[in-house]
Design a protein around this ligand. Structure first.
Ligand code: NAD
Ligand code: UFG
Length: 336
């Protein structure tokens, strides 16, 4: 298939493109590089030994989108592009609605114009709000979503569902990611946050390279296995293969799948796994709870296992080793 990958220069996009090309697909990428760099795609080209058609452009620019669809026969779209900082979305909600919801509306309009019926969308476990664990797709989404970021994901899911209902030949899939960590085993591509990382794994790896002094663990008094927050960490390469599976098993209608490991891991457990698998000691201190954090969530992955014939193959230890290889070999990310 010839696949348009929006946001393809980002963390999950780059890993997914490697999986797509390795499985015989071609890709075209659009990314405005607002949270990424040209170098990430150059490295994807190096890993896959291909040249990737790339448009440095904003999805909100309808004319540019038209030019891309005009030039390339697109069979399917994987839609990663969007803003993803939860805190920033609370400070500037309108920007998040413009970037995330607005861009998706543009994309749907052009897909309709060019008769492109297949779409895979990057949704998030955040759409469940505070649901009972494990999170299962049949649980009603959209309640208690605390951030505008999370609400954009839920709104986009609703839009996709409505559009799919209007045309029986449409095949739309939302993938609800849990917590992606890890990097490509080559150490050439990985997560490259700007400024101070919000997420746990990049913070840990930056403490390990001594770019940061110590990790602050946000709360050790939750009702969890050891009092620290529990999440479902999934290796980004497993997440990438989930997109391939979603395209391969794409079917008419609107479908939603969790992509996680199905297991909960606490902050202290992840820290220990990192120390054991990399030999790096991570100094930490206990800090107050982070506002908005849930104590515990992890995925029920039976639906993706059975309908997409997809399983994770990597452990949290594999992800720790791969994140560390990426960070230690590229302490400044993609900056040379
Ligand atoms: P990322 O920021 O690394 O990648 C997103 C890419 O989209 C970036 O390269 C950015 O430059 C590009 N982009 C943003 N707005 C754009 C626009 N208007 N036009 C063109 N390009 C644009 O993020 P990621 O971690 O790879 O996440 C990919 C998707 O998965 C996002 O939609 C994110 O919300 C979602 N997601 C991520 C996580 C996570 O923890 N990483 C969890 C759940 C869902
Ligand atoms: N944590 C720390 N210290 C840190 C960073 C994180 O203790 O410096 C803890 C958090 O409190 C939480 C766990 O590590 O218990 C994971 O935190 P992350 O920030 O890595 O991930 P979250 O689960 O909070 O957030 C992720 C995505 C969001 C998404 C949310 C809900 O990053 O985009 O899941 O799906 F909205």
């Amino acid at each position: 298939m010839n696949i348009l990958v929006t946001g393809g220069a980002g963390y999950i996009g780059t890993h997914t493109i490697v999986a797509l090309i390795s499985n015989g697909h071609s890709v075209v990428v659009i990314d405005n590089l607002i949270n990424s760099s040209r170098e990430s795609l150059r490295r994807v080209e190096e890993i896959t030994d291909t040249t990737i058609p790339f448009y440095e452009a904003d999805l909100r620019d309808y004319d540019t989108l038209g030019g891309i669809f005009n030039e390339h026969p697109i069979d399917a779209v994987i839609h990663f592009a969007g803003l993803k900082a939860v805190g920033e979305s609370t400070e500037n909600p309108a920007r998040y609605y413009r970037f995330n919801v607005g861009s998706t509306l543009n994309l749907l309009k052009i897909m309709n114009e060019y008769n492109v019926k297949k779409l895979v969308f990057s949704s998030s476990a955040t759409v469940y709000g505070s649901a009972p664990v494990p999170y299962v797709e049949s649980h009603p989404a959209g309640r208690d979503i605390t951030s505008p970021y999370g609400k954009t994901k839920y709104m986009i899911e609703e839009i996709l569902s409505d559009v799919a209902m209007s045309d029986s030949s449409i095949e739309f899939t939302s993938l609800r990611y849990f917590n992606p960590i890890g990097a490509h085993e080559s150490g050439r591509i990985g997560e490259n946050p700007t400024g101070t990382p919000n997420n746990l794994m990049p913070y840990i790896t930056q403490v390990a390279t001594k770019q940061r002094e110590s990790l602050r663990i946000w709360g050790d008094d939750y009702d969890t296995v050891d009092g620290t927050g529990v999440r479902d960490y999934i290796h980004v390469s497993d997440l990438a293969s989930g997109h391939l599976a979603a395209l391969t098993h794409s079917k008419p209608g609107y479908h939603v799948y969790n992509l996680g490991s199905g297991k909960g891991t606490s902050v202290l457990e992840l820290l220990r796994a990192f120390e054991v698998s990399t030999g790096q000691k991570i100094p930490y201190e206990i800090a107050p709870r982070r506002p908005g954090d849930l104590p515990e969530f992890y995925a029920d992955v039976h639906l993706a296992n059975s309908e997409l014939n997809w399983q994770t193959t990597k452990t949290v230890e594999d992800a720790c080793r791969d994140s560390w290889r990426w960070q230690s070999e590229n302490p400044n990310g993609y900056e040379q």
